[in-house]
Design a protein around this ligand. Structure first.
Ligand code: GDP
Length: 372
């Protein structure tokens, strides 16, 4: 009911003047927006069928379940994963790292377009950025950075799972790889920023690890951690264009020489150093040829399968570690006891080690395990 406003102007002594009641202002927010319904949760069978049919919308929803922290979603996600596992594994998994500004997004867009349009590939691009929060714009979160590729029917681009522990974020990405492969993606790129520990996580889920470097800073080798160089199966000096070409060639030699100083890798593969320009789209096919050559080489010498087995083992232990931690800290009795024991440590009533043992013993006894 509209509130009646008493207008003096409408009274008999003011005849001739008339003011209408007026209309209520339209709401600023489109009321229909609130009425959009959430996508319904499907059954495990429907998810699996949708994924195996290559239905991108169902795939995206299943990835959202993997990323969810709700126990019911996680349970559903694990059932889907288990059923998809036997259809996964048939892709080339490529990890790409490099410092911010090295040109990773631009390079992945150009390489990606080359793969989908000239090589007939189906490409999934995922990311690991533990510092990101989706709302604040993670790497790859800004779709405009890969405009052409995200419009391609044969590409699936997914930003990094929202921030959390690196282990958690990486595990979700690894599980997403399984779903993408089951959905028919034959090439998977996992991008990460070349700072911190995330390279190790990416390295433990890919077949080929590519480092994107820049020339021309004069201290090319100083900024890179030795560990990252050691992990690389290939290095690309990007932005080898314009006035930068000569410097890029110098950097190429520098990197080639530096690689000789590292121990021979288990794969027996000698890392290559190539030049490319993502802007001028040069050197792109050479990079892909290198990846293919590597895959053939490691399949032939047995390293490919060996490495994937080792990676599966690694992820089993990673998951055990994180699950034990999660369950321990979320246990209601531990939560109650933790603050008190913490206080006892601070007031020197008990040592840190004794306190930890007390809590762990309590947890495992409650779980019904015998303590040594
Ligand atoms: P990221 O932070 O590693 O993902 O880097 P971006 O892809 O966002 O690129 C950083 C900047 O470098 C952008 O301004 C790009 O236009 C530029 N850039 C990327 N690749 C090239 C290249 O091959 N040549 C030149 N000259 N600039 C490039």
């Amino acid at each position: 009911m509209r509130k009646q406003i008493k207008h003096l102007e409408n009274m008999s002594e003011f005849v001739g003047l008339s003011v209408k009641g007026g209309v209520t202002n339209a709401p600023i927010i489109n009321p229909y927006l609130t009425k959009t319904r959430k996508k319904p949760i499907l059954s495990v069978e429907d998810y699996v069928k949708g994924i195996l049919d290559g239905n991108i919308s169902v795939l995206s929803q299943a990835v959202t379940l993997i990323e969810s922290s709700l126990p019911a979603h996680q349970k559903l996600a694990h059932c889907i994963l288990e059923k998809c596992l036997s259809f996964a594994g048939n892709s080339v998994r490529l990890g790409i790292t490099g410092v911010p500004g090295a040109g990773k997004s631009t390079f992945i867009e150009v390489l990606g377009m080359y793969l989908v349009s000239q090589k007939g590939k189906k490409l999934a691009v995922l990311a690991i950025d533990p510092s990101s929060e989706r709302t604040k714009g993670s790497i790859l979160g800004d779709k405009t950075r890969m405009e052409e590729l995200s419009a391609s029917r044969n590409a699936f681009i997914r930003p990094s799972p929202a921030s959390g522990s690196l282990g958690g974020v990486a595990r979700k990405t690894r599980e997403t790889i399984v779903l993408c492969e089951a959905a028919g993606f034959d090439t998977v790129i996992v991008e990460t920023v070349g700072v911190g520990q995330s390279e190790t996580a990416v390295h433990s889920m890919v077949d080929f690890f590519l480092l994107i470097q820049l020339a021309g800073t004069g201290d090319e080798l100083q900024g890179i951690k030795r560990g990252i160089m050691e992990m690389a199966d290939g290095i690309v000096i990007n932005k080898a264009d314009g006035e930068n070409i000569e410097k890029s060639r110098l950097a190429q030699n520098l990197f080639k020489n530096a690689l000789h100083l590292f121990p021979y890798p288990q794969s027996q593969w000698t890392a290559e150093v190539l030049l490319a320009s993502a802007i001028e789209k040069t050197g792109i096919s050479q990079v892909w040829n290198m990846v293919e050559k590597y895959i053939d080489f490691v399949i032939a010498n047995g390293y490919f399968q060996n490495n994937r087995n080792e990676q599966s083992k690694y992820w089993m232990y990673e998951t055990i570690d994180s699950q034990i931690k999660d369950r321990f800290y979320n246990n209601i009795n531990i939560k109650k006891l933790l603050k008190q024991v913490e206080q006892d440590v601070l007031t020197h009533k008990i040592s840190s080690f004794a306190a930890a043992h007390k809590l762990l013993d309590k947890y495992f006894c409650e779980e019904g395990y015998e303590i040594d």
